[in-house]
Design a protein around this ligand. Structure first.
Ligand SMILES: *Cc1c(COP(=O)(O)O)cnc(C)c1O
Length: 430
């Protein structure tokens, strides 16, 4: 598969090149040249397929011929070494739990898949690749864990000092090996700005191959389409008219769901559930796309004022507003509503959600009011203990830490403090 840049000012390129570069030379996001639906028999027989068999069939066309099939099978199996269970709450609502991976955030799958692809592409290469990533919390941990020990790839993570949770900081700073954490004296936007500056700095890019590991990278974005197929497999015999509510920030996850639908997966509708960062909710109301600075909420992984993947969604619908609106609804919810939802999920269904999942649950409820016959699946994108303070305060119940979290809490943090772009540059060049 070749990929084109959504800015249309750069040559089309291979999957391999798109993964190594991250962003096209014209700063556009890469998008696959074509999407060929899977045969109907694939969906009819989905119950007989394992998670890695489903994933392999679904992603094959997007990576071929750059990764041989036998290697791709191993990559997919290694990536998906944990479960993706659906929990049904009642006749109308289920949740798909995406937090059973090593860092307990849904970003684990994309990070693990991308790491293995880069490792394969770079196995005979003596030039190392440096993955540079800014994080407000979950991305850093998932990327650090996914890339740990991958030969030929160094990972440098920038995080804002004092602005990530204690658990998240441990997940970023305790791994060692090819992972380095830089603790930035500033906020997330400062980390992001430094990373962007580095990608444009020829003094750096002439000396090293830099790439990104957020959802602009096709190898992190596309594997997320597996989730929707895993949910379909578990639910399609008992529930028709499946609708997905996706807690959305950069809109990579919901956009991947739309790719699954393009592959033929019978999905009736998508709901992009937002916190107070509601650019897309407003867009679907007014047809005016008006990015804003982000505001801080308790579902902080969705505090995004200008979602980078929304341009890919527009591309899927060929910029046809009406077609997009028929397939996507969006609602936005306050922190207060989110807390009430956490409590309701606990008291009514005995289900402990995290704040992001709770926003997804609210999206389901809003949609079901108008479409009572649908079955709505909200994605649970992080384990509730990653947001311990918020969750325990609302449901008034102590939560036990899962083994993945306990394992990092006892380790010692190692991070290098920096406070300017110049210091980042010195660090990268040494
Ligand atoms: C990243 C993240 C999201 C948002 O996903 P996007 O693909 O950026 O829309 C939602 N919930 C959690 C817990 C996340 O880490």
């Amino acid at each position: 598969m070749n990929y084109y840049s959504l800015n249309k000012q750069a040559p089309n390129t291979t999957f391999k090149n798109a993964v190594i570069k991250g962003l096209a030379p014209d700063k556009g996001l890469y998008f696959p040249e074509s999407i060929t639906p899977l045969p109907e028999s694939f969906f009819e027989n989905i119950n007989t397929l394992s998670a890695s068999e489903i994933a392999f069939e679904a992603i094959k066309q997007f990576v071929s011929p750059d990764i041989p099939e036998a290697i791709l099978k191993t990559i997919v199996e290694d990536t998906l070494s944990f479960d993706f269970p659906v929990v049904t709450l009642n006749d109308s609502i289920s949740t798909l739990e995406l937090f059973h991976g090593p860092t307990m955030a849904f970003k684990d799958v994309g990070a693990r898949f991308m790491a293995r692809c880069l490792g394969y592409f770079n196995k005979n290469n003596t030039n190392e690749i440096t993955v540079l990533v800014a994080t407000s919390g979950d991305t850093g941990g998932a990327v650090a864990n996914g890339f740990l020990g991958v030969k030929g790839v160094n990972v440098v993570i920038l995080y804002p000092s004092g602005k990530v949770s204690a658990i998240q900081e441990k997940q970023l700073t305790t791994l060692g090996q090819n992972i380095t954490a830089l603790e930035v004296d500033g906020v997330f936007d400062d980390c992001q700005d430094m990373v962007k500056r580095a990608f444009l700095d020829e003094a750096l890019t002439s000396k090293m191959q830099l790439t990104s590991a957020n959802s602009i990278n096709v190898a992190r974005w596309i594997p997320q389409l597996f989730y929707f197929m895993f949910a379909y497999k578990q639910l399609h015999n008992t529930h028709k008219d499946l609708v997905f509510s996706v807690p959305s920030g950069n809109f990579g996850n919901v956009c991947a769901g739309m790719m699954a639908q393009q592959l033929g997966l019978p999905i009736k509708h998508f709901i992009a559930s937002n916190n107070d960062n509601n650019v897309v909710t407003e867009y679907l109301k007014t047809e005016v796309y008006n990015p804003k600075p982000s505001v801080q909420t308790i579902s902080n992984a969705m505090d995004v004022g200008n979602p980078s993947n929304f341009i890919r969604i527009r591309e899927i619908y060929k910029n046809d507003f009406k077609a997009l609106k028929e397939n996507l609804s969006s609602f936005s919810f306050s922190d207060e509503a989110t807390r009430t939802a956490l409590k309701e999920l606990h008291d009514t269904f005995n289900y402990v959600a995290d704040p992001h999942g709770a926003v997804g649950y609210l999206g389901c409820k809003a949609y079901l009011k108008e479409h009572p016959k649908a079955h709505c699946v909200f994605l649970e994108t992080a384990h509730p203990t990653k947001f311990l303070e918020v969750v325990e305060a609302v449901i008034e119940e102590k939560q036990a830490l899962p083994p993945q979290i306990q394992a990092v809490m006892g380790k010692d943090k190692v991070a290098t403090k920096i406070s300017s772009y110049e210091e980042l540059k010195v660090f990268l060049l040494k």
